[in-house]
Design a protein around this ligand. Structure first.
Ligand SMILES: *Cc1c(COP(=O)(O)O)cnc(C)c1O
Length: 372
């Protein structure tokens, strides 16, 4: 061939880079907020049995509407958040990323706007791009909270169809007060917008912090999204879900989802994990304790640490954060260079991994010899 073939890729995708946090094989992988504990042996066996039980039926398409799994999710939300919802209000897909993508397909689109408040999760602009939805972010306050009157003005003036509130937020770890979530939800409701509260880290919240699920019965425009990737230690299984105040949301998502989007294997694995959620909760409690201890240690070492209701901590400030990140990586500790300039984010790992992180950090900053 003499002439080079030019792929007819969409103009707006030309020159873009694919999402890619490094997946490196190092001693302590503390960069993508995974649960550091592997799936307990008893649960791993139960999942294997559940898959074996359905395997001979894989010649058939799965339950398109994943009804058994969604019923199990209702039971989990009743226990975890103390909120009763019906199957018709719950939707599941391959990770909360897919749920969010479907929400953009159904409620965004050309001529429509989604707004959120940053620093926040880096994937939202991609869902907007994929669905030709306009996307706008407004800055959070110094403590990473949201200025509620300011947010209400934005909603009034810009008339979005989607408002995303991430709580606990990534990469800051900070949770919004329910009063703030409710005030923004009410304003959005009067302006005809849905509010998606992304609660990917809900199970790690501290004791006095409530889930936005408790607001669902009062606000028909509210949707809470969650995931089994973090608290359930199932990032590899890909299962996320939405709980909607309004069953019409679920009907809308059924219009845009791909046929048979959730495999029978995924449905069986997730349903089994939900039946074992008590085993996993004990591990969540351990991570929360380690997080609080690590936050205290970082504070004692003189760092600024954002309040965290998640399984990671944002800490700073560094004049050259890349240098610190690289120094940690050289010592086998991979964290994330993200968030506002000067800050770094570390996922809470096992006690051993956290010890490695503390020692490596002191070494990088030339403070070795001190206790870690
Ligand atoms: C990790 C994370 C998710 C979860 O994504 P999955 O697709 O469920 O793995 C969603 N939102 C935020 C803010 C996250 O950090």
């Amino acid at each position: 061939m003499s002439e080079e073939f030019v792929l007819p890729i969409r103009d707006d995708l030309i020159g873009m880079h694919a999402y890619g946090a490094p997946q490196l094989d190092v001693a302590a992988r503390l960069n993508v907020n995974e649960n550091p504990y592997s799936v307990p042996e008893s649960l791993a066996r139960a999942m294997g049995d559940a898959v074996a039980d359905i395997a001979s039926g894989l010649n058939r398409y799965p339950d398109r509407d994943a009804v058994a799994l969604r019923a199990a999710l209702c039971g989990y939300i009743a226990t975890e958040a103390g909120v009763d919802v019906g199957v018709e209000q719950v939707w599941a897909a391959n990770g909360s990323n897919e749920v969010m993508h479907q929400l953009f397909l159904a409620f965004g689109g050309p001529g429509r706007l989604a707004v959120t408040f940053d620093p926040t999760y880096s994937m939202y602009p991609e869902y907007a791009r994929d669905t030709f939805t306009e996307f706008a972010t407004y800055p959070r306050q110094a403590d990473f909270g949201i200025d509620v009157p300011g947010a209400c003005d934005v909603i009034e003036q810009r008339r979005p169809s989607i408002v995303i509130l991430t709580s606990p937020n990534n990469p800051t770890g900070t949770a919004l007060s329910l009063a703030d979530v409710e005030a923004i939800t009410i304003k959005a409701g009067t302006a005809g917008a849905i509010v998606i509260v992304d609660e990917a880290y809900a199970e790690f919240r501290r004791d006095n912090v409530d889930s936005a699920c408790t607001l669902l019965s009062r606000h028909p425009n509210l949707i809470v999204t969650r995931t089994m990737s973090k608290a359930f230690a199932l990032a590899g299984a890909r299962l996320g879900y939405a709980i909607a105040a309004n069953a019409g949301v679920v009907s809308a998502l059924m219009l845009v989802r791909l046929p048979y989007h959730l495999s029978a294997v995924t449905q069986a694995v997730a349903t089994t994990a939900l039946a074992h959620s008590d085993v996993l909760q004990a591990r969540v409690a351990q991570v929360r304790e380690e997080r609080d201890a690590m936050a205290m240690w970082l504070t004692q070492e003189g760092f600024d640490v954002a309040d965290s209701d998640a399984n990671f901590l944002l800490f700073g400030h560094f004049s050259d954060r890349h240098d610190v990140w690289q120094g940690l990586l050289d010592r086998g500790v991979l964290i994330r260079e993200t968030g506002p300039e000067g800050w770094l984010r570390v996922t809470v790992g096992t006690p051993e991994e956290n010890g490695m992180f503390r020692r490596a950090l002191l070494q990088v900053l030339g403070r070795q010899g001190e206790d870690a």
